[in-house]
Design a protein around this ligand. Sequence first.
Ligand code: COA
Length: 340
Amino acid sequence: MVLNFNQEVQSARILSVGAYRPPRVVPNSEIIERIDSTDEWIQQRTGIQSRHIASAEESLIDMAEKSANIAIARAGLKNEDIDAVIFATISYPFQAPSAASELIVRLGNPSAAAFDISAACAGFCYGVALANDLVRNKTAKNVLVMGAEKLSDFTDPDDRATAFIFADGAGAVVIGPSEDIGIGPTIWGAAAESREAILLEPSYLEFKNNPGKLDIGWPNISQQGQSVYRWAVYGMPTVALRALEAAGLTPETLDVFIPHQANDRIIEALVKSIKLPDSVVVAHDIRTSGNTSSASIPLAMDALLAEKPELYGKSALLLGFGAGLVYAGQVVELPFKPNN
Ligand SMILES: CC(C)(COP(=O)(O)OP(=O)(O)OC[C@H]1O[C@@H](n2cnc3c(N)ncnc32)[C@H](O)[C@@H]1OP(=O)(O)O)[C@@H](O)C(=O)NCCC(=O)NCCS
């Protein structure tokens, strides 16, 4: 049998971005005592001055819903126009059903296709790649890509290696049909022999299999900071350059660089290795948002567009990397300025 269907592809682009940061701002001064650190050390090593932390009452889905509503309204769409939701997260506290399915109920759109992806800090870029392919192949028309994390639930406030890095927030984009190609090819992959470099452990099963053992501890993120740092700084420039080349751009013709906001020193090192000229605007949202894993790129995108509206519609290199270890990068055209 030969299947017969229209294989003409439909170009896609980011139609809009929306972001939500919980209102509570936590400066370094509030966390240094428990980890025997200083504001100066944290700023020097990471660039982080403060971060947003959600309250106990504010769930991951509460934050995701707020950013989704903004993104959908800015796209000039209604919630029911979204026919697929891809939710990138590592901090949804249920194995099943998915965070995406909880979100579509909140959005009053419970019949949209909905699923989660687990690609940690690369999750948003993985989601953009999938959404682009869904729209290009007409499997979906308007896809909401969500990156949301409540990492404060899975960070040990006494861990000197992580307590100052991770934070909370949600960012979303709507990806839909476009006359021109608005999303370039995705360069992605993994270095999973370094799987242990960032872990969220112990697993829930540890509790079930060890009844009564009280010292197992809550699952928290642990990381080998120096290994992650070296991998990002030495490995990611090649990925960035391949993504640029695949989209037909060079460092000189790029407008904006929005890497995962892992550490300001990593960002500076990437800018140097890729040899980005001063004309390229670089996102440094980490300074006031911390590392929000899958949420960091859409949060940084939203902040840049709010601060510099002249960047609407410009080319941007997105580069996500993190636990797995996994990575993904692609060049996109930033959304056009919304009418509302
Ligand atoms: C986490 C990170 C900031 C730590 O910086 P580092 O330079 O590697 O720190 P080290 O663990 O080697 O420790 C260096 C020194 O600082 C001290 N130190 C470690 N944590 C500290 C803290 N929170 N506050 C103050 N001092 C600290 C150590 O004791 C050590 O002191 P010593 O030289 O007297 O022995 C850095 O490794 C990093 O950013 N890695 C990448 C992490 C990342 O981006 N993760 C997200 C990926 S998605």
